[in-house]
Design a protein around this ligand. Structure first.
Ligand code: ATP
Ligand code: LTN
Length: 335
């Protein structure tokens, strides 16, 4: 137990707002599984965040449970990791409110994700969408983590979290530990298969490979993947010049553990007609055990419940300690 508390702390979450895809796996979850021996890890389903965009309630419930099963199937061992659902730990919403009051309108207005999502959902630019970074800062700061593993796109949110924590600490002393973003090198940004200049995202389903998708559908998507219109037709890693092929090289390398140079050598002189199906096969084989294990876990609801209940209990214990300290610092009367 003593040793446990000396480990550096990591925390991250994913919104159960869509089915998980290869970008989420290679850019996030796969790396998380490799970190859990070294660090004390908290992984959660960010369901409070998902309602900033309208959700179908039954779908949200199903996706939240499926996401827990996928986390475990991807190698996050519940014995070594704290896996929980954000809404099961009320301290997130509670600290979120406090941090709303320590965050400026101007800094929230500059957030890229707010600008993107309000353009996309012009009929529902709600206050939650605007204050999303404050809730995310609460998610993070409650657990006093050293690192927050996120993809490139979430870096700005970790930065504003640090700004908020700094501001709070400046007034009240060292309440929050300053977290660092932790961006994995390989597979950091998986691009869409049919629009390689945009990141792979569930909102472009044809260019997106879902983790639980049927092998034949995955293979079809890779065969249709956009390659580049240059004349050399050679498998060469050059993201600026050849975004489509470079993305496929990155995916193949991440699935097989090979380096980019090894991949270039393996397909030297073979052309895209051989390369694209090979990437598809590598992805199918990487995802097969994950899909099978997820299906097995989903058939055992009692086990999944025991995982998220134990996770919420452990998370609440840690989160409430920070929350109590914050309440005391700002001057709330002890209950
Ligand atoms: P959307 O599909 O709406 O863009 P999303 O799939 O990006 O959403 P998030 O909840 O934003 O879902 O992402 C969860 C985690 O997966 C984050 O750490 C994010 O950085 C990472 N991630 C998402 N898409 C990719 C991608 N294409 N490449 C690498 N990492 C990604
Ligand atoms: N905003 C993130 C999800 C998220 C998160 C967090 C990630 C919510 N709270 C705390 C890391 C730490 C996203 O949309 N990917």
């Amino acid at each position: 137990m003593e040793k446990e508390t000396q480990k550096k702390v990591l925390l991250s979450g994913i919104q159960p707002s869509g089915d998980l895809h290869l970008g989420n796996y290679l850019g996030a979850i796969k790396n998380w599984a490799e970190l859990s021996d070294q660090f004390e890890c908290y992984w959660f389903m960010a369901d409070l965040h998902t309602i900033t965009v309208r959700q179908n309630p039954a779908d949200l419930r199903r996706r939240t449970l499926t996401q827990i099963a996928v986390y475990i199937a991807c190698g996050l061992d519940p014995e070594k990791n704290t896996i929980f659902v954000q809404s099961h730990v009320p301290a997130h919403a509670e600290l979120g409110w406090v941090l709303d009051c320590y965050t400026m309108f101007g800094e929230l207005s500059r957030m890229t994700q707010f600008k993107d999502k309000s353009a996309k959902h012009a009929d529902n630019i709600n206050a939650g969408l605007f204050t999303y970074p404050c809730l995310m800062a609460a998610d993070i700061l409650l657990y006093q983590p050293d690192f927050v593993p996120v993809g490139e796109d979430q870096k700005q949110h970790v930065e504003i979290c640090r700004d908020i924590a700094n501001r709070f600490n400046h007034v009240y002393g060292e309440v929050f530990r300053m977290p660092e973003p932790y961006i994995p090198k390989q597979g950091a940004r998986v691009m869409s298969l049919n629009q390689p200049d945009t990141k792979m995202s569930k909102s472009i389903p044809e260019g997106c490979v879902f983790l639980l998708e049927k092998p034949e559908d995955i293979l079809r998507k890779f065969k249709r993947a956009v390659t580049d219109s240059d004349t050399e037709h050679c498998v060469r890693y050059a993201p600026g010049e050849k975004p489509g092929v470079s993305n496929l090289i990155q995916i193949y390398a991440a699935c097989t553990g090979k380096s980019f140079e090894d991949v270039e050598r393996e397909f030297d002189g073979k052309g895209y007609g051989v390369f694209k199906p090979a990437v598809g096969e590598a992805v199918v084989e990487t995802l097969r055990p994950i899909r099978e294990e997820t299906e097995r876990l989903l058939a055992d609801k009692a086990y999944l419940e025991s995982v998220y209940r134990a996770g919420a209990e452990k998370a609440s214990y840690v989160a409430n300690k920070t929350l109590r300290k914050v309440y005391k610092k700002v001057g709330f009367l002890a209950p």
